[in-house]
Design a binder for this molecule. Structure first.
Ligand code: NAD
Ligand code: UFG
Length: 331
């Protein structure tokens, strides 16, 4: 298949480019590089030994997106491009609503005009909000109360309605849990600009000595050890999930959780990282972070049943690969 990957230079997008190229698909990337670098695509070429095409465009710009659809005949679109910092979305709500929902509409409209029927969308476990764990795809959504979470729920709605009106459309709404780790080559990974918001990149930067210590946001949650529990998934497993979703997609709208189904607390992740890499991480307990929930982990049975996909990599590998990338590449 010939696939348009928006946001393909980013963390999850670059690993998915590798998975698709290695499976024999052709890839065209559209990314404005607002949170990434073209060097990541060079690394994708290096890992796979294969070519991919790259357009540096903003995918909210309908005319530019159409220009790409006119040039190429796509079999499907994977839409990763988006802004993803929860705190920033509270400070810049209009930028988040515009970027994340308009890009979805522009791409869906181009798909309709050019007869492209497969659409895979990057959604998030954040759409479940304060539901009971494990989160199941059939639950009513309660998106976390921030603009970022709402853009994901809105984009899911937009795509579901669009698919209902277009016979033959096949849409996968992939709800990622907590993607971490990096490609085992150490060539691509998560390279946040500024101080990281997320736990794993924060840990690797503390381990590297770039940051003084890890602050653990709350130790009084009703969890195994009082710290927040999340479902960490290796980014390469997540990338393979996209491949299976794309290849196995049937007409209709399908929601899938992509996680491991296992919850890990902050303290458990810290210990796993220390053990996997033979390091000690300076930590302190701090106040809860506003907006955080106690526990988030997936029921992953639907993806396994319908896509034949299951995460294979464990916490040790996630910690080793994240640390290898941190030590090596500056991209
Ligand atoms: P990322 O920031 O590394 O990648 C996003 C990419 O999209 C970047 O390369 C950025 O330059 C590009 N981009 C943003 N807006 C664009 C626009 N208007 N036009 C063109 N390119 C644009 O983030 P990521 O972690 O790889 O996340 C990919 C997707 O997955 C996002 O939609 C994100 O919301 C979603 N997601 C991420 C996580 C996570 O924890 N990383 C969890 C759930 C969902
Ligand atoms: N945490 C700390 N210290 C830190 C950073 C995080 O203790 O410096 C804790 C958090 O309180 C939470 C856990 O580590 O308990 C995980 O936090 P992350 O910020 O890594 O991840 P979240 O689950 O809060 O959110 C992430 C993405 C969201 C996405 C969600 C579900 O940031 O965009 O996963 O996919 F919606």
């Amino acid at each position: 298949m010939n696939i348009l990957i928006t946001g393909g230079a980013g963390f999850i997008g670059s690993h998915t480019c590798v998975a698709l190229l290695e499976a024999g698909h052709s890839v065209v990337v559209a990314d404005n590089l607002c949170n990434s670098s073209a060097a990541a695509l060079e690394r994708v070429r290096q890992i796979t030994g294969k070519e991919l095409l790259f357009y540096q465009i903003d995918v909210t710009a309908a005319a530019l997106v159409e220009g790409i659809f006119k040039k190429h005949r796509f079999d499907g679109v994977i839409h990763f491009a988006g802004l993803k910092a929860v705190g920033e979305s509270v400070e810049q709500p209009l930028e988040y609503y515009y970027n994340n929902t308009v890009s979805t509409m522009v791409l869906a409209a181009a798909c309709r005009k050019y007869g492209v029927k497969r659409f895979v969308f990057s959604s998030s476990a954040t759409v479940y909000g304060e539901n009971e764990v494990p989160f199941v795809e059939t639950m009513a959504l309660r998106p976390a109360a921030n603009p970022y979470g709402r853009t994901k729920a809105m984009s899911e709605q937009i795509l579901s309605d669009a698919a209902r009106a277009e016979p033959g459309w096949a849409v996968a709404l992939l709800r990622y849990f907590n993607p971490v780790g990096a490609h085992e080559s150490g060539l691509i990974g998560e390279a946040p600009t500024g101080v990281p918001n997320n736990l794993m990149p924060y840990i690797t930067q503390v381990a590297r000595g770039k940051l003084a210590k890890l602050r653990i946001f709350g130790d009084d949650y009703p969890t195994i050890d009082g710290t927040g529990v999340r479902d960490y998934i290796h980014v390469c497993d997540l990338a393979e999930g996209h491949l299976r979703a794309l290849e196995g997609l049937r007409p209709g709208v399908h929601r899938y959780n992509l996680g491991t189904g296992r919850g890990t607390s902050v303290l458990q992740l810290v210990k796993a990282f220390e053990k996997a890499n033979g390091l000690k991480l300076p930590c302190e307990i701090a106040a809860r972070r506003p907006g955080d929930i106690a526990e988030s982990y997936a029921d992953v049975s639907k993806a396994e049943r319908e896509l034949g996909w299951k995460a294979r990599r464990d916490l040790v590998q996630m910690c080793r690969d994240a640390w290898r990338f941190e030590q090596g590449a500056e991209i």
